[in-house]
Design a protein around this ligand. Structure first.
Ligand code: UDP
Length: 262
């Protein structure tokens, strides 16, 4: 019987008390939601795929010096993470117009943006996560100007790295959402670290060869094949192979039917 104390339950994840103070267990559920929870389904196996994909991305980001909450994956559904105070903002980084940006500014989905754009949304389900400016963030005390600078510079580093990572496996990183948390070290100094997850649930990933969507838009827009799309991302990243890959091995090269690199 599972007697762990549940700290928080969100739409796609549950946080449990961790084995040591300052740690938590992040459990990935199979639930898929959209329209602020109004649309809901269970997609068998999605949680495990997101766990594997997010582990891979967080480990790689850690290796290039991006501080994260990730400690280690515990099993197919769960990761051990550091407990952080989540900053109540969704930080969205965009490279290509899509989704709400296309709607808001009348930009055709798929048109390249002049440069990467960062947006902030206030995490509040009752208000449907409204977009906010730095003025709102500092005036209402959700983050300090220094924390905004730190989040922005981390977000751009994460974006640069992930654009290249996904390009290497034939995928265009259109946009994605990240969350940050405050982590206290022993000297009670606060550090901003990447928290939550990075998976096809919170990214737009388009197959470069076909233009197919390999992300949650398949669920949001009733395109079908949600699990298959997530599996494809996991397979290309090399986290779905039956035999373990050697340590330090990079992403899997995408080849066309004739075996030549794309
Ligand atoms: N996103 C997310 N959670 C949210 C809202 C957006 O993970 O609550 C991600 C979404 O998957 C996309 C990016 O943030 O990769 C930008 O989303 P957008 O603002 O276009 O909103 P949407 O069209 O998804 O409502």
């Amino acid at each position: 019987m599972n007697k762990r104390r549940r700290i928080y339950e969100g739409k796609a994840k549950v946080l449990y008390e961790g084995p040591e103070p300052g740690t938590l267990i992040q459990h990935f559920k199979d639930d898929a939601t959209a329209l602020n929870g109004k649309k809901h389904s269970l997609i068998d196996g999605k949680g495990a795929l997101n766990n594997l994909i997010s582990e891979y991305v967080f480990v790689k980001l850690g290796e290039i010096g991006v501080p994260t909450h990730f400690i280690k994956r515990l099993n197919m559904r769960e990761q051990l993470i550091r407990e952080v105070e989540i900053i109540p903002l969704e930080v969205v980084i965009r490279n290509v117009a899509a989704g709400s940006l296309s709607t808001r500014l009348g930009l055709e989905e798929g048109s390249a943006l002049p440069r990467s754009i960062i947006e902030y949304y206030y995490k509040n389900d009752k208000l449907n996560d409204p977009m906010v400016s730095e003025e709102h963030i500092t005036a209402f005390g959700w983050a300090t100007p220094q924390e905004i600078d730190e989040m922005m510079s981390l977000a751009l580093r994460i974006n640069d790295f992930l654009v290249g990572l996904f390009l290497g496996i034939g995928i265009r990183l259109v946009d994605f959402k990240v969350e940050f948390g405050r982590l206290w070290d022993n000297d009670q100094q606060v550090r901003i670290v990447l928290a939550d997850e990075i998976s096809p649930d919170c990214c737009r990933l388009w197959d470069i060869a076909s233009g197919n969507k390999l992300d949650k838009d398949r669920f949001r827009r009733d395109l079908g094949g949600v699990l298959e799309a997530y599996q494809e991302v996991a397979r290309r990243l090399g986290v779905l192979t039956e035999t373990p890959r050697p340590r330090g091995a990079g992403p899997v090269l995408v080849t066309s039917n004739d075996g030549k690199p794309n």
